[in-house]
Write a protein that binds this ligand. Sequence first.
Ligand code: HEC
Length: 165
Amino acid sequence: MPTAKKILRIIMIGLLAIFIVMQFIQPARNVGSELKNIATVFPIPPKANKILVESCYDCHSNNTNYPWYSRIQPAAWWMDGHVKEGKKRLNFSEFTAYPLYKQFHKLEEVTDEIENDEMPLKSYNWIHPKMTSDDKIILLSWASATRDKMKLMYPPDSLVKPSAR
Ligand code: HEC
């Protein structure tokens, strides 16, 4: 009969082995083109751009600024999930490829998310400095100014979802 101590030791060694093997399975890094970035059509004021890059681009662009612990599993998988999900919903690096109505709507959602304090994700704020209320005001006015620019540049119809026209 193996003693409880022995069983515990086997479990610990097993877990350690799993942890080590996990370190070799790394998700692909988020590195890509910025040619269709929103700023290529709608220049972003430097202050707003800095906040976007620091607070949003890690999950909503083709280029994540990875922290050192991003190589440690399971943190890397967890982050990768957020990046994939975030990019699927809104990717500033692919923004100009969206249909106009979608671009307009995503900017409305940016306003909603910031006003309701939903973005960045709570877990992101554990480690990254939180956006200040000034940062939020700057992003909110950037999003609404960009929507205003769109209204001047494009016919009103093009900013409405086809099914709602
Ligand atoms: C740590 C990753 C992460 C960061 C940083 C982040 N987001 Fe998100 N964002 C997500 C994820 C994941 C979703 C989808 C799930 C959800 O809505 O909670 C999302 C959803 C959104 C949506 C909804 C899009 C849609 O069509 O439903 C908007 C808008 C958004 N984020 C804007 C922002 C803005 C603006 C910032 C910066 C102030 C930001 N996010 C920072 C991960 C992130």
